[in-house]
Design a binder for this molecule. Sequence first.
Ligand SMILES: Nc1ncnc2c1ncn2[C@@H]1O[C@H](COP(=O)(O)OP(=O)(O)O)[C@@H](O)[C@H]1O
Ligand SMILES: [Mg+2]
Length: 414
Amino acid sequence: MSNIRNIIESELNRVSLFKSKEKLYPEYLPSSLPHRENELKILTNIFKPMLLTPGTISHKAMIVGGIGTGKTVTARMFGKEFTQIAKKRGLNTSYVHVNCHRDRTLFEVVNEVVRQLRLPVPQRGLSVREVLNYMLDLIDGENLYVIVALDEFDYFINVAGSDAVYFLIRVYDEFPDKVKRLNFMFISKSATSLSMLDPTTESYLMKNLIMFNPYRSHELYDILRLRAEESIFEGAVSDDVLKYISDAVGSDKGGPGNARAALEILLIAGEIAEREGLMNISLDHVRKACSIVEPNAVMLNDTLPYLSFHELLTLKAIATALAESGEPYVNTGVVEEVYSRLCEEYGIEPRKHTKLYEYIVNLRKLGILISSTSLKGRKGRSTYISISLMPLDVIKSKVDELLKVKVIHEGSGN
Ligand SMILES: Nc1ncnc2c1ncn2[C@@H]1O[C@H](COP(=O)(O)OP(=O)(O)O)[C@@H](O)[C@H]1O
Ligand SMILES: [Mg+2]
């Protein structure tokens, strides 16, 4: 008994090398943003006229950059500070951040804006146009100005189409005399999807484009230093360790320049050290962490949480089918069989064939799947799909984790 108690007591008393681990998580908003000062200045200048001549035009900024270049965090921090400063100066302003991986249709985006602004718009039975008009009237009534950030905007263009984009961008075309209260920030991984829009819209957005470049090694070092100070006890992580990570990830040293990957390496290295019962992080812990955190894993962690229950189940079916067959690709027919079997295991009704196909198309658009319609030596025109990103068991365990949570929150709702 006392042995067990000792084990538990000593584990409880053991001080962690992390003082607050959650400050290394991607969703945490840090106290400052080193090396994004210039980007913050440009954003300020784009939205400055909101304060000087409120309501005359609807302002739009376009943020473009690769994964982990700080687009989301910079937009959020700008939104938070700008609205507070605007309020102090007497302009009632709100910032709304919408992730288009989660809210993919025009209807979902508009409803999410309404939800975040806590506007009493009737929930059911209205068209998008009606919801939007309702919203415009309500924010008129409250004398409110809004900056809407559409994160993962390239995905929205691809899935919702250019008409949906125009609907948002030209929201005031119908009402030229209305006070322009909605402003936009579009956040995208690349500018190429903009070519889907007409030249006028494209050039307008390009004019207000802010490029977020991959971080160089010394920039990552400053970012890591700051986050390490907030999250890890002094002395537990040396300069050498931080430099090593910065060099491994820095764009000038051949790395991706992705701050998210750098922070994740630090987090995992710390966890490995802790598991070994040590109070500081060594270079060897970092090397181990580097082998775990690879860019594809970072991409997947970014995307999977936004998938619906049935999309996750479809992905699990694909991973299972690939594992069972041992082949590089698997036929969608086989995926459907495994999917039905999984639905049975979860005690839920499978979605129709067309819906399943839609999920597969979506997973492909997200870059999770690769597909091929005609495989050499096979008859027929059925689609063959595969997962190229990472080992199947890793995907499966990530998906299982998320499914567990979604079973509780969403059930088989979507
Ligand atoms: N300049 C910076 N200063 C501090 N933290 C940063 C900076 N840039 C990125 N980060 C951190 O790196 C991670 C990834 O940034 P994020 O904004 O999600 O990148 P993106 O949206 O471009 O993929 C987040 O944890 C974020 O807080
Ligand atoms: Mg982002």
